[in-house]
Design a protein around this ligand. Structure first.
Ligand code: ATP
Ligand code: MG
Length: 261
């Protein structure tokens, strides 16, 4: 695929998603530019995860247009999205890591390197995978004692870092992180956030979904607020404050509760 600088990386136009009678995504339009970090916020059930799953090819939108590099994009599975460079890093409990495998094997999962044997690519090239894993972790500043450690023995933050690092091997252009720091410590959170900024320096875009305003304000270039499936704010970080964003999330919810009382 040929990247184009004249188009946003992705663009959603009037996207709707219905689950039965429930409208989880209601007429949402947005853009994500190359290398841009978007902070996506909103109260519980605002539709954040649903929107991310649409972008990541988990859900097909009920209506609306999805464009990638300015061209219509219809991912039929997360696999399609991944092939186009869109990677979703899930919450820690349902992350795509295999606990029984070591760090290197997890990093290369689905992209294993093979050694040629009798003219066939048959043997897993563990040494090369471990070497490349070490290089990548060093390059990203991820501190994991050894790449031969089983993932189940790593801390939550280390696991999160491995799953973000994995996206680099898959040549991700957009990394979607749905509450990446919800179950890890403050120190580990800092590392995960630094990793997002490191990806940005490599030109990779990300969308980070979080209830923690500190996480959002320390990484995002632009902040989008959802409320009951609708986009109610889309603003550059410099043009707003944490107080203003919190008010948008909370106040909007209060108003809507009053309206429905
Ligand atoms: N697969 C599904 N089937 C039916 N309803 C769903 C499905 N996924 C989400 N919903 C509903 O859509 C609405 C939005 O859910 P979503 O998970 O997108 O919210 P969220 O903003 O991510 O919330 P949270 O902050 O709690 O993670 C909710 O009312 C939810 O119950
Ligand atoms: Mg969610």
């Amino acid at each position: 695929m040929k990247p184009s600088s004249t188009h946003p990386l992705i663009e959603l136009r009037h996207i709707y998603k219905f689950f039965g009678g429930l409208c989880a995504t209601n007429d949402v339009s947005l853009t994500v530019n190359p290398g841009e970090v978007i902070g996506l916020v909103g109260d519980n059930a605002a539709g954040k995860s649903t929107l991310m799953k649409i972008i990541a090819g988990v859900h097909a939108p009920t209506e609306g247009e999805y464009l990638l590099d300015g061209r219509r994009f219809v991912p039929r599975s997360p696999r399609d999205a991944r092939d186009a460079g869109i990677e979703m890093v899930f919450q820690i409990q349902d992350m795509a890591l295999v606990p029984e495998l070591d760090v290197a094997d997890n990093l290369f999962l689905g992209k294993e390197l093979y050694r040629r044997w009798l003219g066939l690519n048959l043997l897993l090239d563990r040494r090369k995978m471990q070497e490349k894993s070490r290089d990548l972790l060093r390059e990203l500043g991820i501190n994991i004692p050894t790449v031969t450690e089983k993932v189940k023995h790593l801390s939550g933050g280390q696991q999160q870092s491995v799953s973000i690092a994995r996206t680099v091997f898959f040549d991700a252009r957009l990394v979607i992180l749905d509450e990446p720091t919800s179950s890890i410590s403050i120190t580990e959170t800092r590392k995960v956030l630094d990793l997002i900024l490191e990806l940005k320096r490599k030109g990779v875009s990300s969308i980070i979904v979080s209830h923690r305003m500190d996480d959002i304000f320390s990484t995002a270039d632009r902040i989008i607020v959802l409320r009951r499936g609708r986009k109610i704010e889309d603003i550059h970080k410099e043009d707003t404050t944490m107080e203003e964003i919190i008010k948008k999330i909370v106040h909007a919810e209060e108003l809507s509760l009053r309206g429905h009382a």
